[in-house]
Write a protein that binds this ligand. Structure first.
Ligand code: SF4
Length: 580
């Protein structure tokens, strides 16, 4: 990955393509690359949908190599949802293919005159940008069907659906999986709206004829990779829980802990949780045939394989196995206990190109406002349809929970920096509350997944209901996560590397053997800190201050059942998270 591709959408005479050497971005990859480019090149106060914003797509440091589970893709920009810096992370095939094609980043710049759409085709022969108005108004599935028919079934596609074309703040960017289905998403922060604003409907990546990226030290790389994979298989979460039940194995765990946000974060336990749990999902999938609960990877080279396939009542493919966050967002958070309804909503989100967390939280707020009853699955489907159709109500909902709450005068809206909270109530998982409050991304569980030590006993144990120890826990996880997001590794490796020092050492050795540069644990920490520093500085220049690193007041004032607990980490403590 020795080059950067820039596509300037307002170049004279149509989109301009340039390829350049890495220059000062050498050594950057994944989130380190996206955040560095945004921090250096995007004016912090620009309009997120204007010509000055840039959309940066970057594979991880190890993507395109033989390193296990290294195919995560980072997408960065100034977020239309939060107004701050954004890195949204996706699985799917694109990172591996981009890596083999040799691109460390694709940067979409400028804004086209008029409302024409374009597609970018990248293969071993080079790059072309072509009109794509025939794809206008199509969902991700129909878009990818057309692209697959034209460019073959082996290409990886990065696309937007109707929500991205309409530049909604909840719009995601879809990435095709191994079966060329657009069901992996860079979901958060409205990155799809920025791609839509650039007038790019699709990027087609074809690595035919390209080789896997070679490591600097093949023998050491092979040995480190073997030890790393063995460590992932040995750990009970990455070796057993995730492969058997997917991420939805968490529903029963979080619900039993009283931390499962229910009916727009009004309660901490959902009476219908067992019906939508990972165990129930696996049983349903087994009953419907196909591959049942057999594990499935979102990209080639994943050895955890936490995913699966959801078939409808007639045994036809409907969507990928909905993940825990999606099942919660469209399930318990809306009082819905029907897996078929949840899977249908997941499919609609993937097709329209919407962040499932933001949409579930938004529908929860809409239900709180009285637009529908909690538990009414058909109403949730109708509301989501409005978003895809771009009706006036749909445009409100498609701009997320904060906008919807504002329009309908809902007082209690679960957002930080205008981004919806995911599936853990911060009152009963106080460490994740610190992450929600202080992350550069807005409320984001993946930015510092304190659920590990708070609820799962991974990487130590910190009482989830008390404020003590949460700042340090979140700080360390935010630093480690930023570094992992630069490698292309899936975040789920964290379970094994937090608990098993030999697996962490194998990862460090793997990176070092690949790059040929010495690497230590301290270097990993330094990398994470430098990424966060870039992001914090961008946000500060965009107008963020300590007052934005807070949860909404009601989390401090309203006790959550069943523990009758409030968020008790003080503002002063929150302000120390980035003191290192
Ligand atoms: S563990 Fe799951 S999310 Fe992570 S790379 Fe594998 S399939 Fe994708």
């Amino acid at each position: 990955m020795d080059k950067i591709l820039r596509i300037n959408m307002n170049a004279p005479g149509g989109p301009g393509v340039t390829t350049e050497a890495l220059g000062t971005y050498a050594g950057h990859a994944g989130r380190a690359m996206t955040s560095a480019v945004v921090a250096r090149e995007v004016p912090p106060t620009c309009h997120p949908l204007g010509a000055d914003n840039k959309l940066v797509i970057a594979p991880g440091l190890l993507s395109g190599s033989a390193a296990a589970i290294s195919g995560r893709l980072s997408v960065g920009c100034k977020s239309p949802l939060t107004g701050g810096i954004k890195e949204a992370n996706s699985g799917g095939q694109a990172a591996q293919v981009m890596g083999r094609l040799g691109y460390a980043a694709i940067i979409l710049e400028g804004r086209p005159a008029g409302d024409s759409l374009y597609k970018v085709i990248i293969n071993s022969a080079g790059v072309t940008v072509e009109p794509a108005d025939d794809l206008k108004g199509l969902g991700n599935y129909a878009t990818v069907d057309k692209l697959g028919a034209q460019y073959g079934k082996k290409v990886a596609c990065i696309t937007i659906g109707q929500a991205g074309e309409m530049k909604m703040s909840a719009a995601s960017i879809a990435v095709t999986d191994m079966e060329q289905r657009p069901n992996r998403h860079a979901g958060r922060g409205g990155v799809g709206a920025v791609m839509g604003a650039k007038g790019i409907k699709a990027i087609i990546l074809d690595d035919a004829g390209m080789k896997m990226r070679p490591p600097a030290d093949p023998e050491r790389f092979k040995a480190a990779n073997k030890a790393f994979v063995e460590g992932l298989r040995r750990h009970p979460v990455t070796g057993e829980g995730l492969p058997a039940f997917g991420t939805n194995v968490l529903t029963n765990v979080v619900n039993e802990a009283g931390a499962y946000p229910t009916r727009n974060f009004q309660e901490g336990q959902f009476e219908g949780a067992a019906k939508i749990s990972g165990e129930a999902q696996a049983a349903l999938e087994n009953e419907r045939g196909g591959e049942g609960s057999a594990t499935h990877g979102c990209h080639r080279g994943c050895v955890i394989r936490c995913s699966g396939t959801f078939y409808d009542k007639n045994g036809n493919y409907l969507t990928k196995q909905p993940e825990y966050e999606t099942v919660w967002a469209h399930g318990g958070n809306c009082g819905i206990d029907d897996l078929d309804v949840i899977a249908q909503l997941d499919r609609m989100d993937d097709d329209f190109g919407l962040d499932t967390i933001e949409m579930g939280a938004t529908i929860g707020v809409a239900m709180q406002a009285g637009l529908a009853q909690f538990g009414d699955g058909q109403a949730a489907i109708r509301l989501t349809q409005e978003v895809g159709q771009g009706t006036p109500l749909g445009r409100i909902l498609g701009n997320g929970a904060a906008v919807t709450g504002q329009v309908y005068a809902v007082e209690k809206v679960p957002v930080v920096k205008r981004q919806a909270m995911p599936a853990y109530d911060p009152r009963a998982v106080q460490g994740i509350g610190v992450t929600y409050a202080t992350s550069t991304m807005g409320a984001d569980h993946t930015a510092g997944y304190a659920v590990t030590a708070n609820l799962l006993g991974v990487g130590g144990s910190v009482d989830a209901l008390k404020p003590e120890g949460q700042v340090e826990l979140s700080r360390n996880l935010q630093i480690a996560t930023a570094a992992i997001d630069a490698t292309g590794m899936c975040l789920f490796i964290a379970f094994a590397i937090l608990d098993q020092p030999d697996t962490f050492n194998a990862l460090v050795d793997l990176i070092s053997a690949f790059t040929g540069q010495p690497m230590t644990a301290d270097d990993v920490t330094a990398l994470g800190k430098s990424i966060l520093k870039n992001e914090r500085e961008f946000n500060r220049a965009a107008g963020f201050s300590a007052k934005d690193d807070r949860l909404p007041d009601y989390f401090k004032n309203d006790p959550l059942t069943p523990h009758k607990v409030t968020f008790a980490v003080t503002d002063e403590e929150l302000d120390t998270v980035f003191n290192w």
